[in-house]
Design a protein around this ligand. Structure first.
Ligand code: GRF
Length: 217
């Protein structure tokens, strides 16, 4: 089986990266991690990747005069590793339109909210502040506008009465790991087609269970 070759971009902890690395250890999973690239030299995720025997590259944005120069270096590292699909997994730099265009429909991001709600940072704090009952996470193809682009998969997570940012983030993160692995599986199996602003998925059963929070007795 030909595997899709992943380039995972991280800035920190790398738990989503670790979920993808773990999924790729299954011979039946249709993707392999070619390289993990961090823009932060001491990103904890780098050690996890190295421990799993994955090639790592540091492209430190602070070492470049401009965003264009930084992104040219990123692009070279991805090409050198023969990456097919770029996975932004907690990558905390905005990418220029040029870079995004070059990787159009070959770059996905994981975001901890049900987009298009709660773009940007501190999603869980804002969700709690607003008293929202259901939040979640989204994997989407990247477009130049931040946290925007055709949606591949989402998971809905209920907000509980005693939630703190930490507790809610942990439950959402658990779902992030599941949906990121599934999104890459769908893309790598050739079942995902981007049509305009939407994603069409071949042969997936839709989830029909309704989540009502709080429960109706
Ligand atoms: C995740 O919540 C992801 O959705 C967001 O940044 C966080 C990264 O976590 N973009 P990790 O580095 O994958 O553990």
């Amino acid at each position: 089986m030909a595997h899709l070759s992943l380039g995972i971009l991280i800035s920190g902890r790398g738990s989503n990266m670790a979920a993808l690395i773990e999924a790729c250890t299954d011979p039946a999973y249709p993707a392999r991690v070619a390289v993990v690239i961090a823009n932060v030299a001491d990103a904890p995720g780098l050690d996890k990747a190295r421990a799993a025997g994955i090639d790592t590259v540091v492209v430190d944005h602070k070492a470049y005069d401009s965003r264009d120069a930084f992104e040219a270096a990123l692009d070279s590292a991805l090409k050198a590793a023969r990456v097919d699909l770029v996975c932004l997994a907690g990558f905390m730099r905005l990418l220029n339109a040029d870079f995004v265009k070059r990787w159009r429909d070959r770059i996905v991001n994981i975001h901890p909210s049900l987009l298009p709600a709660y773009k940007g940072l501190d999603t869980h704090a804002r969700v709690l502040e607003d008293g929202v009952r259901v939040t979640g996470c989204t994997v989407h193809f990247v477009r130049p506008e931040m946290d925007h682009g055709p949606i591949v998969i989402q998971a809905a997570v209920p907000v509980l009465p005693d939630d703190t940012v930490g507790r809610l983030a942990a439950r959402v993160l658990h779902q992030e790991h599941r949906v990121f692995v599934e999104a890459v599986r769908l893309i790598a199996s050739g079942r995902v087609r981007v049509s305009g602003d939407k994603v069409l998925i071949e042969g997936s059963a839709p989830e029909t269970a309704v989540l009502v929070n709080p429960q109706i007795a």
